[in-house]
Write a protein that binds this ligand. Structure first.
Ligand code: AMP
Ligand code: MG
Length: 486
């Protein structure tokens, strides 16, 4: 394994501070690494020079085949509840943390490679990732970022030049992912289960310093961490709900301490509002259905709280009491966050966010759901109504007397059309567009991926020529299913 000049200057804070959770490991050799997508604006934001990252050396760095000077790539240990069942040992089965970059703003950002080969956590898996799903994570995470939703970012997708065996042979790839960290609820579960309270203390201090530094000054820092994570997750899930995003696999190992969305597996954007919507092939019980996401987050936070109990109070009864109180903040925070977001979508700010406005926003949800109106374009139609053209929306809703009465009350409250433009995206990563782009890319044509990225990376700017990116799936697209075998 060779080293190369400082194209990727990384530190090893996680590996140094939490060696019990970091297994030094090497990526599998990629026969012919080739950069397929490089996120130049993100590279620049990280203080990296994009041009050399596109080169052959860059491709080797971004697949882990060359290790940056001073780096110690590690596979991270974590546990997790998957669909409610506890797995004591998950960990990075096909990923490596290369280390942490410090961006020009001084923030630490993990550089993580997904699809980099088997590790001691691979169990039966091959440690590999397929080009299509890695492009999918790239497109959807960048779309989420542009929508203002906290998320891990995608720096690059690099084809490995190796076929990966799934049902057929598919092209292999590595995704270079950037996150404010990869600490998960499952990381805390892994440590709590080990019974090593000193390690739990160190992990907690690391998480506080990295993500919620204000918690360090609280009377009981671990309790303040719990509250900060509950707040961040309440805001995050509210944003998912507002843009119609379904994560699909909200296991505790896929929930971050930072409050960023992580692990784009069987995720999807909902079209018609449907609380029972599920797209994941494995979620047969609908545990992670659209409307269940806030509850699923709260359930995960309860698992997080359990891990912190020994640090909250030596008196276990008291610890449970305090943790329960802190968890109780989640619901109110979620509601407040969702309601203010929904008010913005109908052009009303919290200044008029009185009970009548909230009531109005809820009534609109009812009208849209009843007529199976596409969530994204429905709100753009409402924006047109704010500017005097209600006909697009009237063409979508069945209950016209109900809608007209609603519109009248709404106009009386003076909706702000400019606020609506900023709150209602034109372009989201619609399932049929994502599938079309990935199919083309798998066949060697990246054009559709670039065009889709172009649309979703500026989701609020309506642009001529991009009309089809704003439209719901054609009727014949059928019921959409996504698979975990990514
Ligand atoms: P995920 O469903 O992607 O959140 O992954 C859950 C667990 O399965 C994690 O421990 C992953 O590292 C592991 N995993 C997923 N796919 C593979 C694979 N192809 N090879 C090895 N481990 C995998
Ligand atoms: Mg995961």
């Amino acid at each position: 394994m060779t080293t190369t000049p400082d194209l990727l200057p990384v530190a090893n804070d996680f590996a140094t501070e939490l060696p019990e959770l970091a297994l030094a490991w090497q990526a599998e050799e990629a026969p012919e690494p080739r950069v397929v997508l490089l996120n130049e604006p993100l590279a620049t934001e990280l203080g990296l020079d994009p041009a050399p990252l596109r080169s052959a050396d860059g491709a080797r760095l971004l697949t882990g085949n060359v290790v940056p000077v001073g780096a110690t790539p590690v596979a991270q240990a974590y546990a997790g509840h998957q669909f409610g069942g506890y797995s004591p040992r998950l960990g990075d089965g096909r990923a490596l943390l290369i280390g942490e970059l410090t961006d020009p703003a001084g923030r630490l950002r993990d550089l993580h490679l997904k699809g980099s080969g088997r590790t001691p956590f691979s169990r039966g898996g091959d440690g590999r990732a397929v080009l299509g799903p890695m492009l999918r994570e790239y497109v959807i995470s960048e779309a989420m970022h542009a929508l203002g939703v906290p998320t891990t970012r995608s720096l690059a997708v690099v084809a490995t030049g190796r076929p990966v065996r799934r049902e057929t042979d598919l092209p292999g790839a590595v995704l270079a992912r950037v996150a404010s960290s990869h600490l998960r609820v499952g990381t805390f579960q892994y440590v709590a289960a080990s019974g090593d309270v000193e390690l739990l203390r160190r992990l907690t201090a690391h998480a506080i310093a990295r993500h919620h530094p204000e918690a360090a000054d609280a009377p009981i820092p671990p309790l303040a961490l719990l509250e900060a994570v509950a707040t961040a997750q309440a805001d995050l899930v509210a944003r998912w709900m507002l843009v119609g995003f379904l994560h699909g696999v909200m296991n505790t190992d896929n929930m971050t301490i930072s409050g960023e969305t992580i692990d784009y597996g069987p995720c999807a954007f909902m079209e018609a509002l449907d609380p029972a919507a599920v797209y994941s092939s494995i979620d047969t019980g609908g545990r992670y259905a659209y409307g269940n996401q806030p509850m699923a987050a709260e359930w995960n936070l309860a698992r997080f709280a359990e891990t912190l109990l020994p640090l909250i109070s030596e008196d276990s009864g008291r610890a449970v009491e305090l943790a329960t109180q802190s968890l109780g903040t989640f619901r109110a925070r979620y509601s407040a966050s969702f309601t203010s977001g929904l008010l913005a979508k109908i052009g009303l700010t919290s200044a008029v966010g009185d009970a009548a406005a909230v009531d109005l926003s809820e009534q609109l949800r009812g009208l849209l759901q009843e007529s199976r109106v596409d969530w994204t374009s429905g709100f753009r139609a409402l924006t047109a109504a704010a500017r005097g053209d209600a006909e697009i929306l009237r063409g979508l809703v069945v209950d016209l007397p109900g809608l007209d009465a609603w519109l009248q009350r709404w106009h009386e409250m003076g909706p702000d059309a400019d606020l609506m433009d900023r709150s209602n995206p034109v372009y989201v990563a619609r399932n049929h567009l994502v599938e079309e782009a990935l199919d083309a890319a798998t066949a060697g044509d990246l054009g559709p991926v670039h065009r889709l990225l172009d649309a979703v990376q500026q989701p609020f700017d309506e642009r001529p020529g991009l009309e089809r990116y704003a439209e719901p799936a054609p009727q014949d697209f059928g019921r959409y299913v996504t698979y975990c075998g990514t």
